[in-house]
Design a protein around this ligand. Structure first.
Ligand code: C5P
Length: 237
């Protein structure tokens, strides 16, 4: 399966994003547009980054009633994105509706964007899972179960911590994709992330794509930081 590094462009505006991406010259990294950027810059940012030749993961984490999610996905599919996601906690019915909306909205002759489910946010600690969400099942088991639900609903993979990629592959098979944020080097700040590991370890455990934000965007030299992550994660690919 293809492996790649996705940069989380968590910036408030189009200007800030383009200023950051301009540092990469002719290189066109795979980028993630999340809520901050999409809500701040609007859908135009998606068109602009596509025009520039970036692959796009639209990380809007939809979670609503099935009909609302289906209709939202129909609209998002028209944006020529590569990946988009929902929360697995929205149920299998909601996830299946999302697949349907996405398929309906994909223009003729184009491939349907990949649809992923967020299992548990990588900022959620095992303690928060138990004490705040009242989920007594251990984290890894919860994630494997949510991943199986996503697979049954027709999704292509899940977003999870790299530490759980192996459990997901074991439960759902190697062809079911794992996209993993929560990437940190031991010498760096963890920020608000809880379940983290390094790019090389993420590769060993079975991540197909890693999503890296602040370790690249907040680095003194973002391009060098990106290349370090690519070297460690992609190795000989
Ligand atoms: O800066 P950092 O590397 O922590 O960024 C991780 C990115 O991945 C953020 O944009 C965050 O919204 C996203 N993400 C996450 N955990 C998930 C799903 C997405 O951290 N489960």
């Amino acid at each position: 399966m293809a492996k790649d590094v996705i940069i989380a462009c968590d910036f408030p505006s189009k200007e800030a994003t383009l200023e950051f991406l301009d540092k990469f010259g002719e290189e066109r990294p795979f980028v993630k547009i999340g809520m901050e950027l999409f809500y701040g810059a609007g859908p135009e940012i998606v068109r602009e980054l596509r025009r520039r030749g970036h692959k796009i993961f639209l990380d809007l984490k939809l979670h609503d009633i099935p009909n609302t999610v289906k209709k939202a996905m129909r609209v998002l599919a028209a944006h020529d994105i590569n990946m988009v996601n929902v929360h697995a906690a929205g149920t299998k019915e909601m996830m299946a509706a999302a697949v349907q909306g996405l398929a309906e909205g994909t223009p003729e002759g184009q491939e349907r964007p990949l649809l992923l489910a967020v299992t548990q946010l990588t900022s959620t600690s095992p303690q928060a899972l138990k004490e705040q969400l009242l989920i007594d099942t251990p984290m890894a088991e919860t994630i494997a179960h949510y991943a199986a639900n996503a697979m049954e609903a027709g999704l292509d993979g899940v977003v999870c911590s790299p530490l759980e990629a192996a459990v997901v592959k074991e439960k759902c098979g190697d062809g079911f994709m794992t996209i993993t944020p929560g990437i940190r080097y031991p010498d760096a700040a963890g920020d608000d992330q809880s379940r983290v590991t390094t790019p090389a370890r993420a590769r060993e455990i079975g991540s197909d794509y890693i999503v890296v934000g602040r370790p690249i965007t907040a680095a003194a030299d973002p391009v060098a930081a990106y290349h370090r992550v690519c070297r460690d994660f992609l190795q000989n690919d």
